[in-house]
Design a protein around this ligand. Structure first.
Ligand code: NI
Length: 253
């Protein structure tokens, strides 16, 4: 079995002490592909550096909506330079977060558009973060459609998922589909066609059951895979094969 964790933050300081072991456990669990996602310039640089440590480790570079205020012209220029590194397979994570509103919404929208432009220019896929901002996210994405990329940590409605799929995007589900109180999300995951689903951990956050509340890591992707297979009524091997093929298609692996 071969799995790809399409969204991990091994660049997070929570992995500073045991990164080699974390990667080893991932590989042992079958998670041989890891997309290490940047959220600002420093973490994007770190993702590129770490990509040299293991062949299955790739990087995405981007400025998260939380940090949209830092997405100055100079920062975006530096991001474009980072994106030229060989290990970079996507621009992300980028998007809108109206739940925390850490950056003003107008600034978030501008940074989102600028980075979508960059992705288009470089022919790279995008990894999109959208929280409590579905309407504005869809409006901006429509300006750039068709798009290659992923709706990360999807928590929206099936209708929103369908609009994203129609624009060319894939829908990522993570540990949240294993949570006891996540019946609505499981209903959405059951309806989205498997041909458009990818798996992710978003580690160190959002550990699946039975590790909820503890540090997440890529090896735990197997619990999310098991839940997805159950929702679809298929074997884990089949769910792995299709979601891995999807991830490869998105990132050009
Ligand atoms: Ni993330």
């Amino acid at each position: 079995m071969e799995l790809i964790d399409t969204h991990c933050h091994l660049n997070d300081e929570q992995f500073a002490d045991d990164l080699p072991q974390v990667v080893q456990r991932a590989v042992s669990a079958g998670v041989t592909g890891l997309i290490n996602i940047g959220y600002d310039l420093d973490s994007s640089r770190e993702a590129i550096e770490q990509a040299g440590l293991y062949p299955g480790l790739k990087a995405a570079v981007g400025i998260h909506p939380h940090d949209a205020v830092t997405a100055t012209e100079a920062a975006l220029e530096e991001l474009a330079q980072l994106a030229a590194a060989e290990s970079v397979v996507a621009i992300g994570e980028i998007g809108l977060d109206y739940y925390y509103d850490n950056s003003p919404r107008e600034v978030q929208r501008l940074a989102f558009r600028k980075q979508l432009e960059l992705a288009k220019k470089l022919c790279l896929p995008v990894v999109i973060h959208s929280r409590d901002a579905a309407q504005d996210t869809l409006e901006i994405l429509k300006e750039f459609a068709p798009l290659r990329g992923i709706m990360h940590c999807f928590s929206g409605s099936f209708e929103t998922a369908q609009i994203c799929i129609d624009m060319g995007l894939y829908i990522a589900f993570g540990g949240a589909i294993t949570f006891k109180n996540a019946n609505r999300l499981r209903g959405v995951a059951a309806k989205v066609p498997l041909e458009r689903i990818v798996l992710e951990t978003d580690c160190p956050y959002l550990s699946p059951e039975p590790y909820r509340g503890r540090r997440n890591e890529p090896a735990y992707l197997v619990y999310t895979l098991a839940k997805l297979a159950e929702l679809k009524g298929i074997s884990e091997a089949e769910a792995a094969e299709i979601t891995t093929a999807n991830a490869k298609a998105v990132f050009g692996l």
